[in-house]
Design a binder for this molecule. Structure first.
Ligand code: NI
Length: 186
């Protein structure tokens, strides 16, 4: 296991569509996932995809911490999970606004509209198919990570750049998102 170097915004690997993995159960994918998990934990992240460690493949690792969920069905804590070749579809058109950060854009926070509920599918490291309906923070994490696989970063999904801030300043000067969510910009 190794801690890998994180790609930061501006690195072309974050702008190219990642390639599908031919065999999700291949030993080299398991080794990659192991290194990605170690890298993510070291960096204090909750989601990471292979392009963020300079490997342009469609592999995501993520977890959903208990502190970030509502407890509603589909928005429950999720243990550390690896998913290969994920495909994601919105369920219904409803969006909601909440904060995101990114290990490739350190020090910043932005409020991003995302679909409230999604359905996703992919493969685990045994090559078994995973299918899930997710809502709330779980759905948000998956949308953020799946975007990375298509070369998209969260800044491009923002609709109001007033809601981009340094993390430290956002903590000093909290913004109430309910007012922004109500003004029709989603
Ligand atoms: Ni990110």
């Amino acid at each position: 296991m190794s801690i890998l170097k994180l790609a930061r915004m501006g690195n072309p690997v974050l702008r190219m569509p990642a390639r599908p993995v031919d065999d999700p159960s291949a030993p080299e994918i398991r080794a990659l996932v192991s290194d990605m998990v170690e890298t993510m934990v070291d960096a204090g992240g909750i989601g990471l995809e292979a392009p963020q460690v300079h490997v342009p493949l469609r592999v995501i690792v993520f977890c959903v911490p208990a502190a970030r969920v509502s407890g509603n069905p589909g928005d429950m804590p999720v243990d550390l999970t690896a998913i290969v070749n994920p495909v994601l579809d919105p369920e219904g058109g409803e969006k909601e606004l909440d904060w995101e950060g990114c290990l490739s854009i350190p020090g910043l926070r932005g409020a991003v509209p995302r679909f409230k509920t999604i359905r996703y599918a992919g493969f685990d490291l045994n090559g078994e198919r995973i299918e899930c309906v997710a809502t709330g923070f779980h759905a948000r994490v998956m949308q953020h990570e799946a975007d990375h696989l298509d070369g998209v970063i969260y800044l491009e999904r923002m609709t109001d750049m007033r809601l981009l801030a340094f993390t430290e300043e956002a903590a000093r000067f909290p913004i109430d998102l309910t007012a922004y969510a109500a003004d029709g910009r989603l």
